[in-house]
Write a protein that binds this ligand. Structure first.
Ligand SMILES: [Zn+2]
Length: 342
C-alpha cells in the first residue's frame, strides 16, 4: 500500500527560467495520470507545517527574514536560490507534505511519498541554499520525534548533491543516521560530503558519505550500496526510514556528471523494501522532464507491486565497476570500522 502526498499549490513557488521550476511536478503528475496510476496511489493533500514545527529546525531570525523577503516580492536569496511572492507559504506546505507522508507511513501505509517542492536538503538551520528554503525532511523528523516519541531515524539520500543542510542539522545527533550517496564534492555543489565528515560529538559515526566519481553508473551505485546498506541498517536498527529521492544523478540530467539510468531508482526502492516494510519518500532534485518522470514511475511501481523483484542482474548491466568505486568502498569501511561492521 502506497500513498502520494501532493498539492497543486506547489506550482505557486515559481520561476520559469530556473531549473527548479513548477514544470517538474506537473510532468511527474501527468506521467502518473497517463499511466492510470493516480487513482491507485491514495493521494492526500498536505497541511502547511506550523511555525512551531519549523522552528524546531530553523532559527526564528531566518524564518522571519524569509517571510519578509517574500512579502516584499521575493527575488534571489543567493546566486541560485529564488523565492517568489508566495514561496514562504508554499515552503511551509512542502514541509507539511513531509510531515503528512511521515504520519501516513506510521499509521496507514507501507510507503508514503511526499512529492513536493521547493526541495529541502540544502537548507541549513539559518540559511536558504541550493534551491531549498525549508528543510522539509528535517522538519518532519523533529515533528515525529516530538509528537510520537520515535527515537531512531535512518535517511538514505540519493540526490546527486550532498544534503549538507540535513547533515548539518543532525550532525551531532546519534539518533539520526544520515547516509548520502552523491557525486564527489570536489566536482559539484555544495563542495561538502567527504567520507571524513562522519558526524561530531555524540553524532560521530552517524553521518556516512559515499562520494562517487563523475561518470559513475548504476552498476557502481549498486556495488557500493549492496555492500553498505544492509549491514548498516541491521546494526543501527532504525524505528523509521526515509528515502530522500533526487533524480539528478540520471545520465540525462544537466546538473550532475553521474550516469545513472532509469533502472537505478526501482532497484534502490526494491532494495530498501527488502530492508524495511515501511518507508517515507521525500522528493528533492531532478531537472529533466522525461527521464525523471520515467525513473519516478518505475520507482513507484516497485513499491506498489510486491511481485516485482529486484532484477539485480539487469540493473548491473555489463558495465565494469570503476576502480574509484572500489576505493571509495574501502575508504568507507576503514573510516567506519569503529562504528559499523561491513
Ligand atoms: Zn540535487
Amino acid at each position: 500500500m502506497i500513498s502520494l502526498v501532493h498539492s497543486p499549490e506547489y506550482a505557486k513557488h515559481q520561476n520559469e527560467t530556473h531549473p527548479e521550476n513548477q514544470k517538474r511536478l506537473e510532468v511527474l503528475m501527468n506521467s502518473l495520470r497517463k499511466k492510470g496510476l493516480l487513482e491507485k496511489l491514495n493521494v492526500h493533500q498536505p497541511d502547511p507545517a506550523s511555525e512551531e514545527d519549523i522552528l524546531r529546525v530553523h532559527t526564528s531570525e531566518y524564518l522571519k527574514n524569509l517571510k519578509t523577503f517574500t512579502e516584499q516580492g521575493g527575488g534571489y536569496l543567493d546566486f541560485d536560490t529564488y523565492a517568489s511572492p508566495q514561496s514562504y507559504e508554499i515552503a511551509k506546505l512542502a514541509a507539511g507534505g513531509a510531515i503528512k507522508a511521515s504520519e501516513l507511513t506510521l499509521e496507514q501505509y507501507n510507503f508514503a511519498y511526499s512529492m513536493a517542492r521547493p526541495p529541502g536538503h540544502h537548507a541549513t538551520s539559518n540559511s536558504a541554499m541550493g534551491f531549498c528554503l525549508i528543510n522539509n525532511l528535517a522538519v518532519a523528523i523533529k515533528y515525529m520525534m516530538k509528537k510520537y516519541a520515535i527515537k531512531k531515524f535512518l535517511i538514505l539520500d540519493i540526490d546527486a548533491h550532498y544534503g549538507n543542510g540535513t547533515a548539518e542539522i543532525f550532525y551531532q545527533d546519534p539518533h539520526v543516521l544520515y547516509i548520502s550517496i552523491h557525486q564527489d564534492p570536489r566536482t559539484i555543489f555544495p563542495g561538502k560530503g567527504f567520507v571524513e565528515e562522519t558526524g561530531n560529538g555524540a553524532g560521530e559515526g552517524f553521518n556516512i558519505n559515499i562520494p562517487m566519481t563523475p561518470g559513475s553508473r548504476t552498476s557502481d551505485y549498486i556495488y557500493v550500496l549492496e555492500k553498505i546498506l544492509e549491514p548498516v541498517c541491521n546494526e543501527f536498527r532504525a524505528d523509521f526510514y526515509y528515502l530522500d529521492v533526487g533524480f539528478d544523478g540520471h545520465k540525462e540530467d544537466p546538473l550532475s556528471s553521474l550516469l545513472l539510468d532509469d533502472n537505478f531508482y526501482p532497484w534502490i526502492a526494491g532494495h530498501m523494501r527488502k530492508i524495511t516494510p515501511r518507508m517515507t519518500l521525500i522528493l528533492e532534485g531532478g531537472y529533466t522532464n522525461n527521464a525523471m518522470a520515467q525513473s519516478n514511475l518505475k520507482m513507484i511501481k516497485v513499491l506498489m507491486d510486491n511481485s516485482i523483484t529486484e532484477r539485480k542482474r539487469q540493473a548491473h548491466g555489463n558495465h565494469q565497476i570503476k576502480d574509484e568505486t572500489k576505493n571509495i568502498y574501502k575508504q568507507i569501511t576503514n573510516t567506519f570500522s569503529p562504528f559499523f561492521t561491513f
